[in-house]
Design a protein around this ligand. Sequence first.
Ligand SMILES: Cc1cc2nc3c(=O)[nH]c(=O)nc-3n(C[C@H](O)[C@H](O)[C@H](O)COP(=O)(O)O)c2cc1C
Length: 394
Amino acid sequence: MIISASTDYRAAAQRKLPPFLFHYIDGGAYAEYTLRRNVEDLAEIALRQRVLKNMSELSLETRLFDETLSMPVALAPVGLTGMYARRGEVQAAQAAAAKGIPFTLSTVSVCPIEEVAPTLDRPMWFQLYVLKDRGFMKSVLERAKAAGVTTLVFTVDMPTPGARYRDAHSGMSGPNAAARRILQAVTHPAWAWDVGLFGRPHDLGNISTYRGHPTSLSDYIGWLSANFDPSISWKDLEWIREFWQGPMVIKGILDPNDAKDAVKFGADGIVVSNHGGRQLDGVLSSARALPDIADAVKGNLKILADSGIRNGLDVVRMLALGADAVMLGRAFVYALAAAGGAGVSNLLDLIEKEMRVAMILTGAKSISEISADLLVRELPPIQPEPGKKSDQAA
Ligand SMILES: Cc1cc2nc3c(=O)[nH]c(=O)nc-3n(C[C@H](O)[C@H](O)[C@H](O)COP(=O)(O)O)c2cc1C
């Protein structure tokens, strides 16, 4: 087991949440091979220890899309965050703002843009999916602009939702899902009280505001499947540019050629991501994909990376592999589910401390000094998972 604060928060989240929600967060696509590799590949990257270099002056500050960040970390867009803690998007966004880092609101958040943005003393980021309903896309971009959103994160690795079999087992979807969810809620009283009762309304806030009527959670899976658009291509992104003059970041890049296309398109940044192993199982971990992408496009746009980051060492590893900044997904969600906004604040403080230790002991005094020189060796060649071969053959 890989020990970190998010291991503890994960265990606490599992105790608190109804299983359908815990497994929705925790799970990935198919056999969850990529999900595991995201975490394990990062943990295998060895850092080069350096000593006696007078590390008394250390700066984690970084500039990204005309913003100053206290450290090169942002919270990733996570759908249904308001189901994991009471009005969870507001709590997580406030913890991020207090730490001096960006929060990214998902298209499929519980709290709408208009509920989250006014509670913050820094601009938030907004994530948009490519959807068949272009009217919704236009209107939500206008709302984001009106709410002072600075950066648009455009997620492109979900032309269709991935197959997540845990959801069918846990009651998120599948036979008798609604009845199973109710049963799970009543047997998890801390959650039922905090979120079930006082965290209402439970709907997709951004979409309900547009449609003028509630989009309930039972509509969620259906709405996603009906609205994702597999016909999307780079050309379709051009009209979005007309609506969005601010920084635009393309999330879900895993191949150097796609990264080059993002440069050609004029993106301000990319997120090297496999959606936390939730889309195509068997693709490369982000840690493996990142160095080739950085070789291809570093300096032409900002490179963010996510998938598998669980602690401050992982942040430093991603930066050493070529990222300018990272996004946290499950790491912050486990903390939020376990302990609300205070949990997210504590996690971010721990990540900062872990980064400081890593920087002091690798001799990097600032974020710009974190480079491939900090790495002892590349990742070893890809191995089949021990014991998995026979599982698959069975
Ligand atoms: C429960 C859950 C919901 C997510 N929802 C979204 C979403 O609405 N939009 C999006 O672009 N990415 C979404 N993601 C992916 C995250 O933004 C991020 O890429 C991923 O969590 C990174 O991997 P990690 O969780 O291993 O850090 C979601 C991830 C999780 C775990």
